[in-house]
Design a protein around this ligand. Structure first.
Ligand code: NAD
Ligand code: TDX
Length: 331
C-alpha cells in the first residue's frame, strides 16, 4: 500500500513514520511536510533512505493533486498545532488546517483515494473539573481557541465530504500526546528541557487544568488500527484514561529529574485556557481491540526525559527561539 503522510516531520507524524517502518514494513511511505518551525527532518534520519520526502504545503493545490494521484491512502497529520501561537497570530492556522485539509479532500475525491484525518479532543471545548461525563463521538463541537476552531472546521469539512460525496474517509480525535520528538514549545518538553538547562518549570495560572495524556506510540497504533479495521465515514476518539492536572505532571517531572517538589514558578495564564479534556475511547476499543501499551505515565515520562537528555542537539536551537517568544508573551 502506498501511504502519503502529511506532517511527517512533526512530532506525531515522525513517530508514526518510525513506528510503521517497524510494524508495517510493506507500506511505501511518502512524507509531505512544509518544514515550518515545527518540522524537523532530523526526526526521520533513521529511516531517510526508506521513504520519499517532499518539502511543500498541503495548501499547494497542484502539488497535493500530483501526490494524491499516486497514493492509496493519505494519513493527514499536517497542521499548525500550538494554541499559544494561534492566540498570537491565527492566520497560519487557517491556511494549514482549513485550506490545507480542503485541498487534500478535493484531491482524494478527484482521484477516488482514501484519507484518515487526524484531529484533537480540543474541538469539543472543555469540561468542568467535576463533570462526570467524558467526550464521546457524539459530543457537539465547541472549540475555544483559533487553533481548536481551525481543527473543528477541518473535521466538519471531512464529515461533509463523506456525506455529500461519499468520500472514503475516517477521522480520529485524540487527547494530549507526549513522548520523544515533541517540539519544545509544548508543556512537557518545555519543562524537561528547561530543567536540563537549569530553568524552573513554568506553570500557567494555578495549574489545576487537566489533560488526558497518551503516549505518542499508543496514538499511532490506534491510527493504524482505524486505518485497517475502522468503518469508513466514522469518527473514533483516542485516549488512554490518562487524566492528570498540570501541577501533578510538573511534580512527577521534578521527582524523576531529582529536583525539589517546589522548584517551579507560576506565570501568566493562557487567555481562554481550557480547564479539562477527558476522552471515552470505548468505541475504538470495542471495534478494533486497541488498548494502550503505556499504562503507566511515570514510565512513559521517564522514557521521554531520557530521550531529551540524550538528544540535546535536536532541541537546543529551537528551545532558544521558543523561549524568546514566550518571553514576549509573558509566559
Ligand atoms: P507538530 O506541530 O509537531 O507537527 C506539525 C507538522 O506539520 C510539522 O512537521 C510542520 O512542518 C507540518 N506542517 C505545518 N503546516 C504545514 C503545511 N501547510 N503543509 C505541510 N506540512 C505542514 O504537531 P503534532 O503535535 O505532531 O500534531 C500533528 C497532528 O496531530 C495535528 O493535526 C494536531 O492537530 C493533531 N493532534 C495533536 C495532539 C498533540 O497532543 N500534539 C493531540 C491530538 C491531535
Ligand atoms: O509552559 C507551559 N506551562 C503550562 O502550564 C505550557 C507550554 C503549557 N502549560 C499548560 C497549558 C495546558 O493546560 O499545560 C497544558 C498543556 O499545554 P500544551 O502542551 O500547550 O497543550 P494543549 O494546549 O493542551 O494542546 C495539546 O493537546 C491537544 C496540543 O498542543 C494540541 O496540538 C493538541 O490538539
Amino acid at each position: 500500500m502506498k501511504v502519503l503522510v502529511t506532517g511527517g516531520a512533526g512530532f506525531i507524524g515522525s513517530n508514526f513514520v518510525l513506528r510503521t517502518r517497524q510494524t508495517r514494513p510493506d507500506w511505501e511511505l511518502t512524507v509531505l511536510d512544509a518544514l515550518t518551525y515545527a518540522g524537523n527532518r532530523d526526526s526521520l534520519a533513521a529511516v531517510e533512505d526508506d521513504l520519499t520526502f517532499v518539502e511543500g504545503s498541503v495548501a499547494d493545490e497542484a502539488l497535493v493533486d500530483r501526490l494524491v494521484a499516486d497514493t492509496d491512502l493519505v494519513v493527514h497529520f499536517a497542521a499548525e498545532s500550538h494554541n499559544d501561537n494561534s492566540l498570537d497570530n491565527p492566520w497560519p492556522f487557517m491556511e494549514a488546517n482549513i485550506i490545507g485539509t480542503y485541498r487534500l479532500l478535493e484531491a482524494v475525491r478527484k482521484h477516488d483515494k482514501r484519507i484518515h484525518h487526524i484531529s484533537t479532543d480540543e474541538v469539543y471545548g472543555d469540561l468542568e473539573l467535576d463533570d462526570p461525563h467524558r467526550f464521546t463521538e457524539s459530543t457537539p463541537v465547541n472549540p475555544s481557541s483559533p487553533y481548536s476552531a481551525s481543527k473543528a472546521s477541518a473535521d466538519l469539512l471531512v464529515r461533509a465530504w463523506v456525506r455529500s460525496f461519499g468520500l472514503k474517509a475516517t477521522l480520529s480525535n485524540c487527547s494530549n500526546n507526549y513522548g520523544p520528538r515533541q517540539h519544545v514549545e509544548k508543556f512537557i518538553p518545555r519543562q524537561v528541557t528547561g530543567i536540563l538547562e537549569g530553568v524552573m518549570p513554568k506553570l500557567y495560572g494555578a495549574g489545576a487544568n487537566v489533560r488526558d495524556w497518551i503516549h505518542v506510540d499508543d496514538h499511532n497504533d490506534a491510527v493504524v488500527a482505524i486505518v485497517e479495521q475502522g468503518r469508513l465515514g466514522e469518527t473514533y476518539l483516542i485516549g488512554a484514561d490518562g487524566e492528570q492536572n498540570n501541577r501533578e505532571i510538573i511534580a512527577l517531572i521534578l521527582e524523576l529529574m531529582g529536583k525539589p517538589a517546589d522548584w517551579f514558578e507560576h506565570v501568566n495564564d493562557r487567555p481562554g485556557h481550557d480547564m479539562r479534556y477527558a476522552i471515552d475511547s470505548g468505541k475504538l476499543r470495542a471495534e478494533t481491540g486497541w488498548t494502550p501499551q503505556y499504562q503507566d505515565i511515570r514510565a512513559g515520562l521517564a522514557q521521554t526525559i531520557a530521550w531529551y537528555t540524550d538528544n540535546t542537539d535536536w532541541w537546543s536551537t529551537s528551545r532558544a527561539e521558543t523561549e524568546k517568544t514566550y518571553q514576549r508573551l509573558g509566559r
